[in-house]
Design a protein around this ligand. Structure first.
Ligand SMILES: [Zn+2]
Length: 154
């Protein structure tokens, strides 16, 4: 019989290290998608919050967690979706926002247009409501002329 705390900690370490399918530079823990890992009646129960309802990445994340934990020897795994409190970009840490910028993705900027992640210019225009994934919109910098993704606010 494995110690419960150890099992939970091991499962958390595995789940929290999984990259986000849409932004592989960031883990699902850094993005605040991973909420909790608990051992409930012998079942490792992982709670995740979708970045927004209908995000196609959610099913992928669910599968990734189940596979990673089963590979690590956890036979009973359940992943449940938590919709409340809703996921918000407000919870992202400064370090996470900096990682997004380093990836060339303009971090969420509540209530105003993003700044160009390459040159920092605020002279930007939106090209499309959806970028490389539905979670992002596509913008172009007027100053350096480079297109960039903007991680949308929720
Ligand atoms: Zn620029």
């Amino acid at each position: 019989m494995v110690n419960e705390t150890t099992a939970q900690e091991t499962a958390w370490a595995i789940a929290s290290a999984l990259p986000d399918p849409e932004i592989p530079a960031l883990t699902i823990a850094e993005l605040g998608i991973l909420r909790s890992v608990e051992l409930m009646e012998g079942v490792i129960t992982v709670s995740i919050t979708p970045t927004y309802s209908g995000c196609p990445a959610t099913e992928m994340i669910k599968g990734d967690i189940e596979t990673a934990l089963r590979d690590a020897g956890f036979s009973a795994v359940a992943v449940r979706l938590i919709h409340s409190p809703a996921w918000t970009t407000d919870t992202l840490s400064a370090a996470t926002l900096e990682k997004l910028r380093a990836e060339g993705i303009a971090p969420p900027h509540r209530g105003q247009a993003p700044h160009c992640p390459l040159c920092g210019s605020s002279a930007v225009e939106q090209i499309a409501a959806f970028g490389s994934t539905p979670c992002k919109s596509l913008w172009r910098c007027i100053t350096c002329r480079e297109p960039f993704d903007h991680f949308k606010c929720h």
